[in-house]
Design a protein around this ligand. Structure first.
Ligand code: KG4
Ligand code: ZN
Length: 394
């Protein structure tokens, strides 16, 4: 199809702009309406967790089919909860990368259909970058609970910790003629070379026999445990590296719980003498706390390493002093990570910008919120907007 030229709608400059966001990159079908001051008017999420739970992970084919069923009702609900109609919306934004390709295509097709039918601009948004917009989001009734730094002017760090990603960014403003509408440049400093931290939490929960959802339940159980009971490894990789690795920690936990492998079963999988059923409740809590201590420790140490490198003229010229860390992704809900980040902020005079709880996990408000930055600069996509499965590391 030949792309239709997209034009910005003519609206009264005194009125707020509204973006409808759509998110279907994994197993949540989500839609939201967000105002240009980052006020969330609606945030609807249809979770597919029940459909995937019995398989122990997201089944891509089931996910795309479920998105097809859910997406129109979810968009309708987002518009109605925001008390608006499509006529009131100024642009349609959709998470178009990275993610499960069949899932992404459902949200993108819905967004393109709406853009084509209404003539409103279309914006394709990077899901991982959008997680870093979550700390800016608020509702009309809750405007003060989190730190919302003005990120238009200086350098900041960004940390995405989710089920699919663990990435540390340097965020700098891309200047535009109006400093109020600067866009964000995302420079990856380091990322996981194996498991994402959320994935490691979920696997650790399985090893410890903690019921689904693994990450939040492990966080809860760890409160009753001693974080120093077990000395689990903290992989820092080579000196100076800002990349992350969590698979060694997961394997160390596995061997601590089950002992060394005793042989192989008929499917060539290692067999063990013990299982989580042999743990006492206190052991289980101590192991959860020790795992969490190691995982969070690595994140904090890597942030300190990044701050050091950015401040060192030998490594970074001219040196950079970030004024805030923006955090996003499901694991930003973790109580110990939040606590230690606040401490780090106090030690290093950094604003710690954490998302309010409803915006930690995958949602469409972060997509719509992030899109306002580009909307303000008339930077739109056309109907050729592709679905891209992988992260583009630029
Ligand atoms: O951002 P998200 O919803 O999805 C991805 O983009 O991956 O993150 C989901 C991940 C899961 O691995 C989940 O276990 C983890 O976030 N998670 C947590 C907590 N809440 C969610 N991990 C540790 N502690 C939590 N409180
Ligand atoms: Zn995500």
């Amino acid at each position: 199809m030949k792309p239709k030229a997209m034009s910005k709608p003519v609206t009264d400059s005194n009125t707020h702009k509204l973006i409808l966001g759509i998110e279907t990159s994994c197993d949540e079908s989500a839609a939201a309406v967000v105002r240009d001051d980052n006020c969330v008017l609606s945030n609807v999420i249809a979770s597919q967790h029940d459909l995937h739970e019995t398989y122990g992970g997201v089944v891509p084919e089931i996910a795309s089919r479920a998105h097809v069923d859910a997406i129109i009702p979810v968009i309708d609900q987002a518009l109605s909860e925001a008390n608006v109609t499509l006529d009131d919306i100024d642009a349609i934004a959709v998470g178009n990368r990275p993610g499960l390709i069949g899932s992404l295509i459902v949200g993108i097709s819905a967004a393109k259909a709406l853009a084509l039918a209404t003539g409103k601009p279309l914006l394709g948004i990077d899901h991982v970058h959008a997680h870093l917009h979550a700390p800016h989001l608020h509702t009309e009734s809750n405007t003060t609970s989190n730190n919302r730094p003005n990120t238009n002017l200086g350098a900041n760090l960004g940390l995405v910790v989710s089920g699919g990603h663990t990435t540390l960014y340097l965020l700098t403003p891309n200047p535009t003629p109006n400093p109020e509408t600067n866009t964000t440049h995302y420079q990856p400093l380091g990322r996981t070379i194996d498991d994402a931290i959320g994935e490691a939490y979920d696997k650790a929960a399985v090893i410890l026999g903690i019921p689904y959802p693994g990450g939040p339940n492990l966080d809860q159980l760890a409160q009753a445990g001693n974080p120093k009971a077990y000395d689990l490894p903290r992989s820092m990789l080579k000196p100076g590296s800002l990349d992350f690795s969590f698979s060694g920690l997961k394997t160390a936990l596995l061997y601590t719980v089950r002992g060394q492998p005793t042989g192989k079963d008929d499917r060539n999988k290692p067999t063990f003498a013990r299982s989580h059923a042999d743990l006492t409740e206190q052991d289980r809590a101590d192991l959860a706390a020790s795992f969490q201590a190691a995982a969070v420790d690595v994140i904090i140490k890597k942030i300190k390493r990044a701050l050091q490198q950015l401040a060192d003229p030998e490594t970074t010229s001219p040196p950079v002093k970030p004024s805030a860390i923006l955090i996003g992704g499901g694991v930003s809900a973790n109580s110990e990570l939040r606590r230690q980040l606040q401490q780090l902020g106090e030690q290093h005079d950094l604003t710690i910008a954490l998302p309010p709880m409803p915006y930690c996990m995958d949602n469409a408000a972060m997509i719509a919120g992030a899109a306002h930055e580009r909307f303000a600069n008339d930077d739109f996509d056309d109907l050729n907007l592709p679905a891209i499965a992988t992260t583009q590391m630029v």
